[in-house]
Design a protein around this ligand. Structure first.
Ligand code: HEM
Length: 134
């Protein structure tokens, strides 16, 4: 029976398993989702227009950036769905465990510049009002 909960995978498990059974299956991670693209390589579903090599290079690592850099069409994004097998385990998203998977942009990316801009605004108002009163 299908469950609503998506399966969670650890990349390290996949690598360990792959070294025991080389290239039996090819998994990619794109935006935190795990795709089993084995069928894309070698069965009747057709081949990857960008070639087999690029997919092999991205095996077991975060392929989000390479996938986006190519500027894949919406058809390509649609195709992804049929290979979806689960989500990456949250602990694999943490940079401190040496994983190549990057989490979504951290809030500190944009909150610090905003605080800086507000402070500058206040300083500007403070100094301009001081020079007027003197
Ligand atoms: C399961 C994941 C992927 C799917 C379903 C997929 C699908 C496709 C499709 C349908 C195209 C034809 C052009 C288009 O419609 O955008 C394409 C082209 C291409 N893909 Fe992917 N792709 C995947 C992953 C990747 C990854 C990880 C790379 C890594 C670099 C890659 C590199 C390329 C390149 C270089 C082309 C360009 C081919 C050209 O313009 O001559 N793809 N892909």
């Amino acid at each position: 029976m299908a469950t609503a909960e998506a399966k969670r995978y650890h990349l390290s498990d996949w690598r360990r398993w792959q070294s025991a059974t080389p290239l039996k299956e090819l998994w990619l991670v794109i935006h935190g989702r795990v795709y089993d693209v084995t069928r894309f390589l070698n069965d009747g579903w057709g081949e990857h227009p960008g070639g087999e090599e690029v997919l092999l290079e991205q095996a077991g690592v975060d392929a989000s950036e390479s996938f986006e850099d190519v500027g894949h069409s919406s058809d390509a994004r649609e195709m992804l769905k049929q290979y979806y097998i689960g989500d990456i385990h949250p602990s694999d998203l943490k940079p401190e465990n040496g994983s190549k998977v990057r989490s979504h942009r951290c809030w500190s990316y944009w909150i610090l510049p905003i605080i800086g801009a507000v402070l500058l605004g206040f300083l500007y108002r403070y100094y301009t009002s001081e020079s007027k009163s003197s």
